[in-house]
Design a protein around this ligand. Structure first.
Ligand code: ADP
Length: 150
């Protein structure tokens, strides 16, 4: 049976750090679904539909990667896609603290779900979507941090 993983996140924007995790994940999983969590109460900085196109453009057409948006529990989304794995990246201990509790919760909600963590490559460890948004807001050049052209 195919090993399908969901890579959930806000991806506002999707960065080279995220891309590194998905590319490395493709050595482990048969298919990865990049799932942009959408919260109608929370305004995004980058348009979600454009971000979906940007993420798709970072991959080859043949890559087993699907890009979707969702507004439900990640554990429920995984079930509906037949995905038994959640893929997450770990940059530091702050990520670990958060990811630890969220992964326990996800497994409580969906007993078949395992979260798989990849440690960030050192080159990308300092990249965060929030810092990139800040730089962009004040007119800075963010192209080096993104795996696509904006
Ligand atoms: P959220 O804030 O909703 O968790 P993010 O888009 O910030 O979504 O992150 C999605 C996942 O990618 C998380 O597992 C996060 O730890 C990971 N991640 C974020 N930035 C990086 C990076 N620079 N390198 C590796 N993983 C990262």
């Amino acid at each position: 049976m195919d090993k399908i993983a969901i890579f959930p996140g806000s991806f506002d924007p999707y960065t080279r750090g995220h891309h590194d995790i998905v590319c490395r994940g493709l050595n482990i999983f048969d298919k990865i679904i990049v799932a942009i969590g959408y919260n109608s109460q929370k305004e995004r900085y980058f348009d979600i539909y454009q971000m979906k196109d940007h993420i798709r453009s970072a991959f080859n057409k043949k890559d087993p990667v699907e890009v979707i948006d969702y507004d439900q529990l990640t554990a429920t989304l995984a079930k509906s896609y037949g995905a038994k794995y959640l893929l997450r990246g770990l940059r530091n201990t702050t990520d670990f603290e958060y990811e630890n509790s969220i992964s326990q919760l996800n497994r409580y909600l969906n007993q078949e779900l395992e979260t798989v963590f990849l440690i960030t490559s050192p080159n990308y460890a300092s990249i965060s979507s929030s810092i990139i948004r800040e730089v962009h807001k004040y007119g800075g050049d963010i192209t080096d941090f993104l795996p696509y052209q904006i």
